[in-house]
Write a protein that binds this ligand. Structure first.
Ligand code: SAM
Length: 284
């Protein structure tokens, strides 16, 4: 950790003052729910692991609460992508305190290719705007090996789906795809009162560590189609919901019991179905 940077960042005026000075009132349309408690943001930063090497990418720094924590916790190079142009003014003192370690990129994170930002290893740490959180994650997971880890705040309901396994109520398409590509763990649940302004729902920080290889071989698009069809009727037997893909014949080829329901099927079994469908479609 660079002591002089830590001292400079710690000596900055409290976030509430920085927000007031820059007139940075929260915009709902941009999913702005700020974290002002440095104990919490430092905990999130620490959950991301060692931040010294490579690049820590933050999406939506806003007034910079989590950004401060990343620098205090030793991030060697932070690139922060923010859509709200007002953030630049609020962040200016932090950029200067960071002595070259913080770079602000103005733009829409949905359009920025994170895999080209800074030097590897790259990790993403963010309190995400909830309206686009799942879209952002699925986009980054198009190239999972670009990231060492992703430590992200989601609505708790989305976090539950990311972490769920067979038999859990929240188990669904997102659980299968994300669990196929990453090791996923919950860091902590966060109450609405931790944010300014407070959202209506609880949130959770989740850490995703992309696997070096997906859990089992499968074609991603085929896996997505299978899980979409299966979970569209989650209480129905697979022989019914997968009828258009060959029903019993497909299930038999994949070694999956036709009377099974999707909510009980493991990721490995979904992969087996995806391989059987891929074979069928590519040999027909
Ligand atoms: N990191 C800050 C914190 O923890 O206090 C703010 C988090 S707030 C939940 C989400 C942030 O994402 C806001 O600063 C918002 O302006 C920004 N944001 C929203 N949509 C964005 C987009 N498409 N691209 C980049 N940033 C975006």
């Amino acid at each position: 950790m660079n002591d002089s940077i830590v001292a400079k960042v710690t000596a900055l005026p409290p976030l509430r003052e920085a927000i007031a000075a820059a007139g940075f009132s929260a915009k709902r349309s941009l999913g702005q729910n700020f974290l002002l408690d440095l104990n919490l943001t430092r905990r999130i930063a620490r959950a991301a692991g060692n931040l010294e090497a490579g690049t820590t990418i933050e999406i939506g720094p806003g007034p910079g609460g989590l950004t401060r924590a990343l620098l205090i916790e030793g991030a060697g190079h932070v690139i922060a992508v923010e859509r709200d142009r007002r953030a630049a003014e609020a962040l200016a003192p932090l950029v200067s305190a960071a002595g070259g370690r913080l770079e602000l990129v103005e733009g829409d994170a949905l359009k920025v290719d994170l895999a080209t930002l800074g030097k590897p290893p790259r990790r993403v740490v963010a309190n995400l705007p909830y309206n686009i959180a799942t879209r952002l994650l699925l986009g980054w997971l198009e190239t999972p090996s670009s990231f060492e880890s992703l430590t992200l705040m989601f609505q708790k309901e989305v976090a539950d789906r990311l972490i769920a396994g067979p038999g859990d109520d929240a188990y669904g398409r997102l659980s299968v795809l994300v669990g196929w590509l990453c090791n996923v763990s919950r860091v902590t649940d966060v109450p609405p009162s931790a944010f300014t302004p407070s959202p209506k729902v609880w949130s959770s920080v989740v850490r995703l560590a992309p696997r070096s290889e997906p859990l089992e071989p499968a074609d991603r698009r085929t896996l997505e189609r299978i899980t979409e069809a299966a979970f569209a009727q989650r209480r129905k037997m697979l022989r019914q919901s997968l009828k258009r893909f060959g029903g019993d014949v497909l299930l038999e080829a994949a070694g999956v019991e036709p009377t099974q329901r999707p909510e009980r099927l493991s990721i490995a079994e979904f992969c087996s179905l995806a391989r059987a469908l891929h074979d069928r479609e590519n040999t027909a």
